[in-house]
Design a binder for this molecule. Sequence first.
Ligand code: PXL
Length: 275
Amino acid sequence: MAYKRILTVQDISCMGQCSITVALPILSACGHETVILPSSVLSTHTAGFGAFHVHDLTQEFPAIIHHWQELGVKFDVVYTGYLGNITHMELVKEIFDTLMAPDGVKVVDPAMGDHGKLYPLFDMQYARAMADLCACADVILPNITEACMMADAPYAEDTTQEYVADLLDKLEKICPNVVLTGVGFQPGQTGVMLAQNGQRWHYAHEKIPQIFHGTGDVFASSFVGAWQQTGSMEQAVKIAADFTMQCIHATRGDTDHWYGVKFEAALPELIKKLF
Ligand code: PXL
């Protein structure tokens, strides 16, 4: 069994089942030591609870990073999600430069938009800075919206083979390994397109016509955990996509649970696939 030290940098949405509150349990379930660096604390995520409270933690980053540098801490993986401002991205680059283990990998989930729009609080300047951060990564995990914002490409709800190939050509100029989510080629289908060092592979699955918040974070953290456990990006895409679908199925039909997915009940299945 692999046991990696993974640093994840993203916000704490106290309520909402996204970012650190899903990444930490999922990476732990995948068998890894998980270190967290919270970019901000929010009362809830920003997608539908109304007037959320945010406390930005950018000011805390230098002292935390400095202490880790003094200790000589090294990470096998640094995986970033929702950040919050461009300064966070500059500080993440410092982490990339000073705290990686010799064969460590840098994973960036741009986590800044969905369904053709940026999340509240973000603008195109943020999106361009995120493209710069992605250029420093070994693997990036954009959805179609984030991919379009970073590649300066038009957003389309329905993707064709040609459209996705074009988008990937542009993304591969930013980063050699791309895990592009929300890619389907037929009605009722969605999936994940993996571009790994010039090779492309599509994993298709059912599309549920409903929005499920936090599924990008569930997918990204199970991908990172499974990749580090199995050593295969292809296997990790399949495991993470199947796990995300199980979480969606566990939540579908519970209209009170509109804000996130009930990933907890699916964790035993994820563990079974890995060990
Ligand atoms: O799941 C992405 C995410 C993470 N963190 C916060 C968010 C969102 C999506 O809306 O608002 C604070």
